[in-house]
Design a protein around this ligand. Structure first.
Ligand code: ADP
Ligand code: ASP
Ligand code: MG
Length: 412
């Protein structure tokens, strides 16, 4: 029978009532003749609660134990979803990641999926089971320990299952009815897109649009998975949502198609480091070894052989970054006068594949921000995006004014 993957995010399984609504949707697809793989997230708020417990217990936690704790939310919803389906007389069974097994790398808290042998689940489908409910976000490392795939990782679980089982489609059910030109929660004028290109979605996701985890888009692009984002709240289960597809399947495109933001950025500045060959390696080597994800980097103009080095990283990695740099200083590998962490910043980005062939986007973006009196602290560009780091208090204003400036509201 054809296979369908249906993923339900945290808000879609937040209560027993919502689990029932989701299960009904699954029942509709089963009735159409699909074998369904349902991927579930933890109930909304649960993962945050678990992360807080870990951080309170151990600020620089051992990532193996972090994974042991934070993966548990999904176990509960997988079991509850299977029970709900059984109550509806739909033959269903739950799986935790290790039972599948969903094999991953050993990179705890940010593991990559390596293999999903379909045999266990297929054997059950062959016996008449119609729905395999799989706990999202988790897997098992080569050492046999539980891993997690990074925040928002259930999206990636879903796409990886769709690829492994040759599913007809991967439907991501969430609390908005599709992918918008920007987060509809902070910009009323955000417009729903019928389609978005993989490349653009990939960039938006990696720049903070958490509607899909970056890695899920990467996998969908690589394995050509038909990926759709739609609401689990709308009555009509055939609601179109947004299709993530290849560029060629999109008729019209604007220069800028989306604005993304990330609230969780911190700006770190090493004041007065020696400007010598190898200094960047001496700074960023220890940071990488400590698992800090450095994003933007700026090295200032050097004066009398010394310079300031600024970089950004996620807010929750500031303590880790500080420790790594202090240790490197104590070991004599680097020398700096001061280390300043600014955690009141946010990153705002404009994304569009049209930027490849059109200039003027950067100047329009900078002018728009300057008209609003917003100071830009760091700039980064790539072929299809421009990102700026600004004071967090201006983040929403920046998103809204850029959305206006690039005329995303009325765009085709
Ligand atoms: P789930 O729990 O279902 O995985 P998430 O909270 O991870 O849901 O993702 C959905 C949220 O993503 C929406 O509620 C919305 O606020 C946010 N979001 C950010 N950018 C966008 C965008 N461009 N389009 C749609 N939603 C977006
Ligand atoms: N529950 C996990 C999280 O909140 C995974 C997910 O929902 O995708 O990050
Ligand atoms: Mg999510």
């Amino acid at each position: 029978m054809p296979v369908l993957v249906m993923k339900f995010g945290g808000t879609s399984v937040a209560t027993l009532d919502r689990i029932r609504r989701a299960a009904k949707r699954v029942g509709v697809e089963v009735a159409k003749g699909y074998d369904v793989i349902v991927i579930v997230s933890a109930m909304s708020g649960k993962t945050n609660e678990l992360v807080n417990l870990v951080e309170e217990t151990s600020p620089l936690f051992d990532a193996r134990e972090y994974d042991a704790v934070v993966s548990s939310g999904e176990n509960v919803t997988a079991g509850l979803m299977a029970l709900t389906l059984q109550e509806m007389d739909v033959p269903a069974r739950s799986w935790q990641g290790w039972q599948v097994p969903l094999r991953t790398s050993s990179a705890h808290s940010a593991a990559r999926i390596e293999d999903i042998p379909p045999d266990n689940i297929n054997a059950k489908f062959a016996e008449g089971m119609r729905v395999a409910v799989v706990a999202g976000f988790q897997g098992i490392s080569p050492e046999g320990r539980i891993t997690t795939l990074g925040r928002g990782g259930s999206d990636t679980t879903a796409v990886a299952f769709a690829a492994a089982f040759g599913a007809e489609r991967c439907d991501i059910y969430t609390d908005v009815d599709g992918i918008y030109t920007t987060d509809p929660r902070i910009a009323d004028k955000a417009r729903k897109l019928d389609r978005i290109a993989f490349e653009e979605m990939l960039e938006l996701a990696s720049l903070g649009a958490k509607v899909l985890q970056t890695r899920s888009v990467e996998l969908a692009m690589r394995y050509n998975v038909k990926l759709r984002v739609l609401s689990s709240f709308e009555e009509q289960s055939d609601a179109a949502g947004t299709l993530v597809c290849s560029e060629e399947e999109i008729m019209e495109s604007n220069v800028v198609n989306g604005i993304a933001y990330s609230r969780d950025e911190a700006k770190m500045t090493l004041v007065s480091v020696a400007d010598r060959p190898g200094i960047a390696a001496a700074i960023f080597g220890p940071l990488s070894d400590a698992g800090v994800n450095v994003d933007m980097i700026v090295q200032n103009i050097s004066e009398e052989g010394r310079t300031d080095m600024t970089f950004s990283c996620p807010t929750n990695q500031v303590a880790r970054a500080e420790k790594a740099l202090q240790d490197a200083k104590a070991a004599g590998q680097i020398n700096y006068h001061d280390l300043i962490a600014d955690t009141d910043v946010a990153k705002v980005s404009a994304v569009g594949i049209g930027m490849r062939s059109q200039s003027g986007v950067a100047s329009k973006m900078f002018r728009t921000l300057s008209d609003e009196g917003i100071n830009i602290k760091v700039i980064a560009t790539s072929e299809i995006k421009i990102s700026v780091l600004i004071d967090r208090k201006y983040m929403e204003l920046a998103v809204q004014s850029l959305h206006d400036a690039f005329e995303l509201e009325g765009a085709a």
